[in-house]
Design a protein around this ligand. Structure first.
Ligand code: 10E
Ligand code: SF4
Length: 322
């Protein structure tokens, strides 16, 4: 009798929550509604969210993405991205007579407000975050004389403060929870009087996506994270997946980036997506995997999410009167 080849089930563990957070949804809808309400072109300063597919789709509808407000014609409408802008950018837009719609996520605005408040009380602020990231530039711009960036553990030893008794840490919203905990622990070793932010700066969506990827990583040989190269929160999901048991984890902008050899010998693929990623890109990856025998999909939802934010007020006002 012929030896029986054992049939291995190939399956996908699909993390939930994944994809769009409330701040991204609000920002993308704000650009769409602005295009409907005022007509093209609508200018957007920087990528509205860090996702190539979202940017291309909005461009096709008439959005024009620029790096700085000086590229926007006087009197035109400009949307500020979900990552937030410094007061200097608001001032420059006002000086040039631009009509602005501020799509900064309310949870980023919360960190700006904390920065302003502590700077007003003359605290030194240690802002944990990634150098050059737009959110960090916007937050730092609230109080440049009071804020120092702490980018990574190695930066901790280099910090100099004026008065350790008036010292607070804040953070970017999309960091690794575990890495930030470690950075704060090291900061507190150096500065035992360092105080914590009044509430978590790493937002609910970042935390929940990391919690979910931890669960699937522990049960998957390979984790695929859908997200763009410049998306901080998406990149953190790849790192967390590797730290929590996946043999390999990759960031892909879409299904065409997946290499067949990644699946060699793999029976369980974990799949998730960053907070700026439309669900259709995840569906394309699921279809790609199904064609290769990974037809069985189990959704893993360790935490439920239901956050929604109202559209920016500049837009709501005009939509109401329309
Ligand atoms: O690079 P990030 O993760 O900060 O941005 P993203 O556009 O990929 O995701 C949304 C996160 C925002 C707007 C920052 N809080
Ligand atoms: Fe807002 Fe968090 Fe989404 Fe950033 S990741 S847009 S802070 S909800």
């Amino acid at each position: 009798m012929e030896p029986q080849t054992p049939t291995t089930t190939r399956s996908v563990l699909l993390a939930k929550p994944r994809g769009y957070c409330a701040g991204v949804d609000r920002a993308v809808v704000a650009v769409e509604k602005a295009l409907e309400q005022y007509g093209a072109p609508i200018y957007v300063r920087k990528q509205i969210v860090h996702n190539t597919h979202v940017v291309k789709t909005l461009e096709a509808k008439g959005a024009i993405f620029v790096e700085e407000t000086e590229e926007v014609p006087e009197g035109a409408i400009v949307v500020f991205s979900a990552h937030g802008v410094s007061p200097a950018v608001h001032a420059e837009a006002a000086r040039r007579g631009l009509r602005t719609i501020d799509a900064t996520c309310p949870l980023v605005t919360k960190v700006h407000n904390e920065a302003r408040r502590f700077a007003g009380q003359d605290y030194d602020i240690l802002l944990i975050g990634h150098e050059g990231h737009e959110e960090v530039e916007g937050t730092s711009g609230e109080a440049p004389d009071h804020i120092q960036l702490v980018d990574g553990l190695d930066a901790v030893d280099k910090i100099q403060v004026r008065n350790p008794d008036k010292l607070v840490w804040l953070s970017q919203t999309t960091l690794s929870v575990d890495e930030t905990t470690e950075t704060v622990r090291r900061l507190k070793q150096r500065f035992p009087t360092l105080i914590d932010p009044p509430s978590d700066d790493i937002c609910y969506a970042t935390q929940n996506r990391q919690t979910a990827v931890k669960e699937i990583a522990a049960r998957s040989q390979l984790v695929i994270v859908v997200g763009s190269e410049n998306s901080s929160n998406s990149k953190r999901l790849v790192e967390v997946a590797k730290d929590y048991g996946a043999d390999a984890a990759y960031l892909v902008d879409n299904a065409s980036y997946i290499r067949d050899e990644w699946l060699d010998g793999v029976t369980t693929v974990g799949l998730t997506s960053g907070a700026s990623v439309p669900e259709e890109l995840v569906e394309e990856v699921l279809a790609y995997l199904a064609e290769r025998g990974f037809g069985e999909v189990e959704e893993v939802e360790p935490v439920q999410e239901s956050m929604r934010f109202a559209l920016p007020h500049e837009l709501r006002k005009d939509l109401r009167s329309a």
